[in-house]
Ligand binder design. Structure first.
Ligand SMILES: [Zn+2]
Ligand SMILES: [Zn+2]
Length: 339
């Protein structure tokens, strides 16, 4: 079968590889669309080490080509694949926190993924997609599950004021989820005018550019108190510090962006003095998939607006190069496997 194979860091080529085959308890999926993500870029660059050769891709949808011996799902059913595979038996899995399973792995990083014609997946890791969710937007449901998981750990209460820093794909999803959960004032913060106007269309009440007295403006929008919760999606220490600044005393800081720094200057005294709660969120739980599919199908979350480019699968290298450059008008890049 045809696949895009990473042979070494930055060495990506189309190749013919052995056909994917589904084992016991697995289904075979004919991949139809896949999303390209920052994790793929880091694997491509060698920042996330993998065993080579490796087929990347962890945001994918497709059609059931072989239902295997346990699924009972009809051939041809359109499904999304949960790429997070867990053991089901360990302390964390038994406690319902399978996203923290130490024996787990990620499809497209630790084993071959979706940038190919076919892939195998556990029968319980595929979810049927309703017809009213478009092919091009459906891979984004995987990204959305991570946002929903985060907001399940730090729920938005109706009427609360929420600030969201960083309005890339995840930030725009956090805006929409906060709105769907009944947030009051939603303030979106990014340096990009394009992304600010997108956030305003998708549910942000006010958007601000960092630097222009954001803390002052946030306080004046909230009666001088600061916001009830900050969702930090930029993954930058400066954004973390800013979140501490404009959170109200007693607020929650939901850290969704991933920090790789091991040292930082942060206003620790303010963190203590305001009695702020810090909540981290990693990956998603399996149950987040049907929940997200339902929210999208009911029209509560708009994924189509977040797809900026659709390219053929063979253009994966070009898609990854697009991710290397900062481009405000690029949101999710999706690959079409039909040509
Ligand atoms: Zn991803
Ligand atoms: Zn486990």
């Amino acid at each position: 079968m045809k696949a895009l194979v990473l042979n070494a860091p930055t060495d990506l080529a189309q190749a013919s590889i052995a056909d994917a085959a589904n084992g016991d308890g697995e289904v075979l999926v004919k991949v139809t669309r896949s999303g390209v993500c920052g994790t793929d870029l880091k694997i491509f660059q060698g920042q996330i080490p993998v065993n080579y050769p490796r087929v990347m891709g962890h945001e994918m949808i497709g059609e059931i080509a072989d239902a295997g011996n346990t699924s009972g799902i009809a051939i041809g059913t359109r499904v999304i694949v949960d790429p997070v595979i867990y053991c089901g038996n360990c302390f964390h899995c038994q406690a319902g926190r399978e996203n923290l399973c130490p024996n787990g792995h990620l499809i497209g990083r630790d084993c071959d993924g979706g940038f190919s014609e076919f892939m195998a997946a556990p029968s319980d890791a595929v979810f049927p997609l309703p017809d009213n969710i478009s092919d091009n937007s459906a891979p984004l449901i995987q990204v959305m599950t991570t946002c929903l998981h985060a907001q399940n750990l730090a729920p938005v209460r109706p009427g609360e004021t929420i600030a969201i820093i960083g309005l890339g794909v995840a930030g725009q999803l956090q805006v929409q989820l906060a709105k769907a959960r009944g947030a009051g004032l939603i303030v979106g913060i990014t340096g990009s005018a394009t992304r600010r106007s997108m956030a305003e269309k998708l549910g942000a009440d006010v958007t601000l550019a960092p630097g222009d007295d954001v803390a002052e403006k946030v306080r004046s929008l909230t009666g001088g108190h600061g916001v009830d919760m900050v969702i930090e999606c930029a993954g930058a220490m400066s954004a973390f510090a800013q979140a501490i600044d404009f959170a109200r005393p007693g607020a929650r800081l939901l850290l969704f962006g991933i920090y790789t720094a091991t040292e930082a200057a942060l206003p620790f005294y303010e963190l203590y003095y305001k009695e702020l709660s810090i909540i981290s969120a990693r990956a998603a739980r399996r149950a987040d998939f049907p929940a997200c599919i339902d929210l999208v199908s009911r029209g509560e979350i708009d994924l189509d607006s977040l797809v900026s480019h659709v390219l053929p699968l063979s253009e994966l290298s070009a898609a990854i190069r697009m991710l290397e450059k900062r481009d405000d008008s690029r949101m999710k890049v999706v690959l079409d496997h039909s040509h």
